[in-house]
Design a protein around this ligand. Structure first.
Ligand code: UD1
Length: 337
């Protein structure tokens, strides 16, 4: 049976992806240091699938510890999620972000070479496009001009992997550029569990919905968009997770880049309205100053993933809101209960 290594596999996207790999009949090994995730997510993945996985409490930058993981098991592929991911924090702690994110990626790549593992799928972000001039965004658009260190780490790791693929004709590199992942598994057993004040829109709204926060701050309403608020391409995390399985199944030597998005743009106020419709819960909000570094509009052209991977996002805003709320209601304090 095939086995994949998921670094950061206990996190929001990692845990949903672990579940989809197990459901697809692929064995899963997770490496996670649980610095921003919980082992409970992995227990629940196993309960939901009725299958077991192996996990290591291990930082992906620690080459000796990671070598033991590679020595214990032969992997067909690595899906590399592990990394720091808070945009604002990355501005305050750039060195920590560059050290952690670049170091873990290099460590994984070096061990893949040492143990002859030939496929890597990397968790990249639409942030690498910076402020694109036209929409929707195609994979061929220029990257760079990121607005924060977090974004630059994604950009730099993409470059490292593209160069590694050039140098080694046996290597398969797939860069998945996520748009805005939201939602949760429909069971409400696994979901997004941010530490402290949520930076992202969906977890903030679900915390307002369960009474943990009084209101949503909407960052600006004078953008050149129909209602003046920022437009994004929200994608259900289960669709996103299935995109990783498709990328793994189609991986061939060389470099491949895919946008994982729905192709539909939704404004902040449209998202709030969709949430209220799907859940019946009122979300009070206030318009405040725009957030530095935010772009007005960002949505994908996801056709390449459809043509080459046979993957499309199937779930809509209703399911994203319903499932995010269901998770938050069942787990008001995330995994900390
Ligand atoms: C950000 C990052 C992206 C990262 C993603 C997921 C940048 C520029 N963006 O995307 O790389 O992959 O997070 O972690 O690097 N909003 C509010 N109030 C809030 C929160 C958000 O109005 O309390 C608005 C924002 O202004 C934006 C939209 O909601 O218009 C989505 O914001 P967010 O969920 O933070 O994602 P992005 O900024 O798009």
């Amino acid at each position: 049976m095939a086995t994949v290594l998921l670094t950061g596999g206990a996190g929001f996207i990692g845990s949903h992806t672990a579940l989809e790999f197990l459901n697809a009949g692929v064995d899963v090994v997770v490496v996670d240091d649980f610095s921003n995730s919980s082992p409970k997510a992995l227990d629940r993945v196993q309960k939901l699938t009725g299958k077991s996985l192996t996990s290591y409490n291990q930082n992906a930058c620690d080459a000796e510890g990671m070598r033991r993981v590679f020595a214990n098991c032969r992997f067909d592929a690595v899906v590399h999620f592990a990394g720091f991911k808070a945009v604002g924090e990355s501005v305050a702690k750039p060195l920590e972000y560059y050290r952690n994110n670049i170091d873990s990626a290099l460590t994984v790549c070096e061990l893949m070479r040492e143990y002859d593992v030939r496929k890597i799928v990397f968790s990249s972000s639409a942030t690498v496009y910076g402020s694109a001039k036209t929409m929707p965004i195609l994979e061929s658009f220029e990257t760079g001009r990121c607005t924060n260190p977090y974004g630059w780490t994604k950009f730099m790791i993409e470059q490292i992997l593209l160069d590694a693929a050039k140098a080694d004709p046996n290597l398969s590199v797939t860069l998945l550029r996520y748009f805005n992942p939201v939602g949760a598994h429909e069971s409400g057993e696994i979901g997004e569990d941010p530490l402290g004040l949520p930076n992202n829109l969906a977890p903030f709204i679900t915390q307002v919905a369960v009474g943990k926060r009084a209101k949503l701050n909407v960052f600006g309403n004078t953008y050149p968009t129909p209602d003046g608020t920022g437009v994004r391409d929200y994608i259900h995390v289960v669709d996103l997770a299935q995109g990783h399985v498709a990328a793994y199944q189609h991986a061939t030597p060389g470099a491949h880049i895919y946008n994982l998005g729905t192709g539909k743009g939704t404004s902040v106020l449209e998202f709030v309205a969709a949430f209220e419709r799907a859940t019946g819960v009122h979300i009070p909000y206030e318009i405040v100053e725009p957030r530095p570094g935010d772009v007005a509009v960002c949505y994908a052209d996801p056709k390449r993933a459809e043509q080459e991977l046979g993957w499309t996002a199937k779930l809509g805003l209703d399911e994203m809101c319903r499932d995010a709320y269901n998770w938050q209601r069942k787990n008001p304090n995330g995994y900390r209960d």
